[in-house]
Ligand binder design. Structure first.
Ligand code: FES
Ligand code: MG
Length: 577
């Protein structure tokens, strides 16, 4: 923690508003232009409200109003709130994948914080890539911040049954393709799927990442479990406004909160929720921004040691609304006290000993006891072998037990378009024992490593009743997806990784218990294929896509831009004004 600030002259914003020179004249004159009285902003902590609201982001559609609620808290605490819009990444709308733009938002947040007269900020977001992007920028800038999670949307409903974001979309789509439900029923699912603003209500990437960010210490206690449409969410927003003003005076910064121990807490919580595999990419990127070492083995080890206790789809039965009523993240954390570093402090100023004291669980089927986990399969396994040297990952808790040990012949698609064109072709040589392989879907190949890893099952196999197969790619998979999908194969095929060398008919072996993924092709043959390999054409020649392809790191490094990573680099200077 820095030195607590005791007077207006200690504030960062003083250099803009408090001094007496020609430039500060303009800063004040232009703020007066907006109708604020001098005493409303001079000498007060200036609080940025970084808002990722947009009409293209239903998950954040309430954040316009929540920004006003934050402002209420900031005014009450003696601060001056300023709202700054930032890139809004509505996961389902942004193509080819919102992941392509995570680093652009992270970069934008860092520069918004740096270039404006801000003393602290509240970061509003929750849809998949937004939480990590906001935090990556804030960690690099290291001003006091609070993350205000968007909150989950209400439980979906179709014909009296729960429907969960993503998970039930895939499920009913397979039934539609298999001919077991009608088009009218499909439209019924569509109408009942998303009944309010807020992020996905399953244990997708949004629920995973907001919980990880809370566990790292960046939210008010219990904030990430509150539903978006609950009036508690409004009160939590105003409290964020109040607390951030105190944090500015305390000089409580991300570097005081984010430690190797808080990262270990997040690894365990992610495992106990059977969190989205995207958590691997994002937590790696956030930790690396703080210079904290983290590896794929950390995720693997946490997943082997921590039972899955949150009974939420896709690994479990319920939805985030049930989780909130059952006690939420704080309830879950009380189950894990033996595995957590309880002395770690959060932005509340308290540690987990204090924050978990007296917390209760109200439904033991939703938040399970340690001795009765949701799955006997781990939520994540890192697979090693000649297809992926640093490791690929699989989520056994959302996969099929009968495929955990499997040998099959590869059916290779050279990219997504090739897969979409040929998958349902009756002449495709495929059966339920085949291993579907997708190439060119990694960080560079996608680009942006789209969530294509849950390859569709060929229609004719669906009609035979097949609902899962072994699938392998260098893509990611949505946290709402499920199935026996091997993901994040590294190095990716677009840079000539071994995945690029797989051919139709090659034998591939998956043995999850042995952490093994093996391509049964000799080293000599692989070397011969490598010599003949041609890199795919670059997808972008100019614009942001070209910058992305030139600077993106591989998935085991968090897919950050090389020039934004912290290790070995000097911090960026404050602006001269
Ligand atoms: Fe926004 Fe799922 S689409 S969280
Ligand atoms: Mg998602």
């Amino acid at each position: 923690m820095g030195t607590p600030k005791t007077k207006p002259e200690d504030l960062r914003s003083h250099r803009w508003f408090g001094v007496h020179d020609m430039r500060s004249f303009s800063h004040r004159a232009r703020t007066l232009q907006m109708g604020y009285r001098r005493e409303e902003f001079v000498g007060r902590p200036v609080i940025g409200i970084i808002n990722t609201w947009s009409d293209m982001n239903p998950c954040h559609h309430h954040l316009r109003q929540r920004a006003e609620d934050v402002k209420r808290g900031v005014w009450q605490a003696g601060g001056y709130p300023v709202e700054l819009p930032a890139l809004s990444l509505g996961e389902v709308m942004v193509k080819p994948t919102a992941m392509l733009y995570r680093n652009l938002l992270a970069l934008e947040v860092e520069e918004l914080l740096r270039s404006h007269p801000l003393d602290g900020a509240v970061l509003l977001g929750g849809c998949d890539k937004t939480g990590p992007a906001l935090m990556m920028g804030a960690i690099s800038m290291d001003l006091p911040v609070i993350f205000l999670p968007a909150g989950s949307l209400l439980r979906g409903n179709f014909q009296g049954k729960f429907v969960g974001s993503g998970v039930d979309t895939w499920r009913y789509w397979d039934e539609l393709r298999a001919g077991t439900i009608s088009k009218e029923e499909w439209f019924g699912v569509e109408a009942g799927m998303a009944r309010s603003f807020g992020h996905c209500n399953t244990m997708g990437t949004a629920s995973t990442m907001t919980a990880i960010i809370e566990t790292l210490g960046f939210t008010l206690p219990g904030a990430t479990s509150i539903l978006a449409a609950d009036s508690n969410h409004v009160r939590m927003s105003s409290l964020c406004g109040q607390r951030i003003v105190e944090m500015v005076w305390e000089d409580l910064r991300p570097s005081d909160i984010l430690t190797r121990k808080s990262v270990e807490n997040a690894l365990n919580v992610m495992a106990s929720m059977a969190g989205s595999t995207n958590g691997v990419v994002h937590l790696t990127a956030m930790a690396k921004r703080a210079g904290i070492p983290i590896s794929l083995d950390d995720f693997h080890n946490a997943a082997q040691q921590t039972p899955v206790l949150a009974n939420i789809r896709p690994s479990g039965t319920y939805l985030m609304e049930d989780f909130y009523y059952a006690g939420g993240l704080l309830g879950l954390m009380t189950r894990l006290t033996d595995r957590l570093h309880l002395g770690e402090k959060t932005i509340s100023g308290q540690d987990w000993h204090a924050l978990l004291d007296g917390v209760k669980i109200f439904n033991e089927d939703v938040i399970r006891p340690i001795e009765d986990p949701v799955s006997d399969q781990p939520p994540l396994v890192v697979l090693k072998g000649n297809l992926s040297t640093p490791g690929a990952i699989i989520k056994p808790s959302a996969a099929s037990p009968h495929l955990m040990q499997h040998k099959g012949k590869a059916v290779v698609f050279k990219d997504y378009k090739d897969m979409a064109r040929r998958l349902d072709d009756p002449s495709l040589d495929v059966d339920e024992n085949s291993v579907l392989v997708l190439q060119s879907a990694g960080p560079i190949g996608g680009p942006g490593m789209p969530e294509w890893g849950m390859l569709p099952i060929p229609k004719r196999l669906l009609q035979k009743g097949v609902r899962d197969m072994v699938r392998i790619s260098d893509a990611r998979m949505s946290g709402t997806s499920y199935g026996t999908c091997v993901l994040h194969v590294t190095p990716e095929s677009a840079v000539g990784g071994p995945l690029a060398l797989v051919q139709d008919g090659d034998l591939i072996e998956l043995d999850v218990a042995a952490n093994k993924l093996w391509l049964h092709v000799s080293d000599e043959e692989l070397a011969r294929r490598k010599a003949a390999w041609q890199p795919p054409e670059k997808r972008y020649e100019r614009s942001y896509g070209a910058l992305y392809i030139d600077h993106i790191t591989q998935v085991d490094q968090g897919c950050d831009f090389d020039f934004l990573q912290t290790e070995g680099r000097r911090p960026v200077a404050e602006p001269e004004i």
